[in-house]
Design a protein around this ligand. Structure first.
Ligand code: ADP
Ligand code: MG
Length: 351
């Protein structure tokens, strides 16, 4: 009898919905770090410190000196689809890392999350979320900015916990996320520490750079990718029909055996995009042997309307309105710079 056996359709509660969404937003500790550091950057922070214990599984703590969250807004910041960054009317015009209002509620659904924050001129406050249950806002002590602490990530979803790699591998993924974001924001200080042991151990530090954007970027890339890269890097600065390409690309002599040091950004966002990686490869085609890979940090900037960053919750993929133009600009700008450098080198030798 079908009418007795038909499945019951239920409305899921908020905690269950957040846990499901968390599966997309927070794949591993490094994704939590990415979301929290992006929030700090969106808040205008100039100094960001990331502390992790046991590869981020036991503890992730991100401290920033940004604008803070008002005590009254803390519950809202932790509820789903609540954001201060867009009003929903213009999804084609996004200038911040965040806009979905999903990160904090997702993290609160899969770990023990504490947000402590202070807006200038107000009292500091804090809120604790555990397994999706939001507790009452309490007074707290904090000078300025925001501290987000995530303890025991995935304790509520043991299946996910089982799929994580070793602490060492997760730490490495976290360092990679922090380094990539630090390249996108050379004026901001970044510190990454491992606090697993008794004394904190610094894993990465980048002081806020000064000077114009190219100076700052060059300094930051020298610190992150290495001095040798910076010394062998060609400055890239090209524009075509509202699409700007800036950054540094290494001489072919400074290449690698694997495509591990290719950092691509679209409108300030680190991306892993096949189209852009393909363009980079094509640009070096005549300058490198098949088994070598170029090293570069390239920033493509355009009107947000020309690129859709809304493709994936983790937002590492983008979709260009005119993919051919993005590819064409990268290929021609890099080829031009490489050819010019080659020409300079040959005339120097001849002279
Ligand atoms: P989104 O970043 O997409 O807006 P989140 O869930 O990451 O969503 O954050 C929700 C809101 O909480 C943000 O829109 C912002 O107003 C506030 N917020 C989160 N982190 C910070 C921070 N570090 N400093 C200031 N405000 C923050
Ligand atoms: Mg966010």
């Amino acid at each position: 009898n079908i009418s007795e056996n038909h499945p019951v359709i239920r409305q899921l509660d908020e905690a269950a919905i957040n846990r499901i969404a968390a599966g997309e937003v927070v794949e591993r500790p490094a994704s939590a770090v990415k979301e929290l550091v992006e929030n700090a950057l969106d808040a205008g922070a100039r100094r960001i410190t990331v502390d992790c214990a046991d590869g981020g599984k036991r503890l992730i703590r991100v401290t920033d000196d940004g604008c803070g969250i008002a005590a009254d807004d803390l519950p809202l910041a932790l509820s789903r689809h609540a954001t201060s960054k867009i009003d929903g009317t213009d999804l084609l015009n996004i200038h911040t890392f965040g806009f979905r209002g999903e990160a904090l509620p997702s993290l609160g659904a899969v770990g023990r999350l504490t947000v402590t924050s202070r807006v200038a001129g107000q009292d500091a406050a804090e809120i604790l979320v555990e397994g999706g249950t939001v507790n009452a806002v309490r007074p707290a002590a904090l000078n300025s900015g925001t501290v987000v602490t995530l303890r025991e990530l995935f304790y509520a979803t043991p299946a996910r916990l089982k799929f994580l790699r070793t602490d060492r591998a997760e730490s490495q993924a976290i360092a990679d996320v922090v380094k990539r974001l630090s390249m996108a924001e050379p004026f901001v200080q970044f510190i990454l520490r491992d606090v697993s042991g008794d004394a904190p151990r610094e894993i990465f530090r980048a002081e806020g750079e000064t000077g114009d954007l190219f100076d700052a970027l060059h300094g930051r890339l020298s610190g992150v990718i290495g001095r040798e890269f910076a010394e062998n890097a060609l400055r890239i600065d090209a524009e075509r029909e509202g699409l700007h390409l800036t950054g540094y690309a290494a001489l072919p002599t400074y290449s690698r055996g694997a495509a591990v040091a290719q950092y691509l950004f679209v409108n300030g966002r680190p991306v892993r995009d096949k189209l852009l990686v393909g363009a980079l490869r094509a640009a070096y085609f005549d300058f490198l042997s098949r088994d070598r890979h170029p090293v570069a940090a390239l920033f493509l900037d355009c009107d947000p309307k020309l690129v859709d960053v809304n493709v994936h919750p983790a937002k590492s993929e983008v979709r260009f309105r005119d993919p051919g133009m993005a590819r064409g600009l990268i290929v021609s700008a890099l080829r031009h710079a490489l050819a010019e450098a080659g020409h300079r080198a040959s005339t120097t030798v001849a002279g």
